[in-house]
Design a protein around this ligand. Structure first.
Ligand code: MG
Length: 203
């Protein structure tokens, strides 16, 4: 499986990092070794001094497809969950400055903590899902899928023009504003609506 991540999908987040608002989805990938599952701790890596959290809704692909039309995209996923796109912001800034790829800052081991999924039917409208992150009990990020520049279905249609989607692939759909640094001993809890779906510690 592969993890596809969308960057700059919320206007307020693009602005907080002084990035232009994109006209097409911006995507990059993480390998399966980036996954962090089941309450396992995130070990703060030695190669960075500025690991940022980005809380994102995650779509789990459950059907193979390429060149998927937007109007059929909803048939390719039945569950939505939540995850963290950990980013080594210092390494990313260096890569951006030199015009180099971002993988070093995005694809490292454990950079994709992933929580439990909820069935799509649970939501009245998937384009109106509230989600949030608490660190050490304090609210740090809050978003709603209605503020995404590109919807789940638009993302699937766009990405599948370039990359075949397969059952089990994950799409991280971008972070709202409020990203920030994490520290050793932080306790993460991520929610969709009021349901806690992800919890882990930083060590
Ligand atoms: Mg992100």
């Amino acid at each position: 499986m592969k993890i596809i991540c969308i960057g700059r999908n919320y206007i307020d987040h693009a602005k907080e990092l002084n990035n232009a608002v994109p006209e097409k989805p911006v995507f990059f990938m993480k390998p399966d070794t980036a996954l962090l599952l089941k309450h396992n701790p995130f070990f703060y890596p030695d190669f960075s001094n500025n690991i940022h959290y980005e809380t994102e809704l995650v779509v789990k692909i459950d059907r193979n497809g390429r060149n998927i039309e937007e109007k059929f995209a909803h048939k390719y996923y039945s569950e939505i969950g939540i995850g963290i796109d950990f980013t080594a912001r210092d390494l990313q800034a260096e890569a951006k400055k030199k015009g180099l790829p971002w993988e070093i800052a995005k694809a490292f081991d454990q950079s994709a903590p992933l929580g439990k999924f909820l069935p799509k039917e649970k939501f009245d409208d998937i384009n109106n899902i509230n989600f949030s992150l608490k660190i050490n009990g304090e609210l740090r990020q809050q978003g709603n899928s209605k503020d995404m520049i590109f919807t789940f279905d638009q993302i699937i249609a766009y990405v599948s023009q370039f990359v075949t989607l397969r059952t089990g692939d994950l799409i991280f759909t971008g972070t709202p504003k409020g990203v920030g640094p994490t520290q050793i001993d932080d306790h993460f809890e991520a929610f969709i609506e009021s349901e806690k779906l992800l919890e882990f510690n930083v060590k």
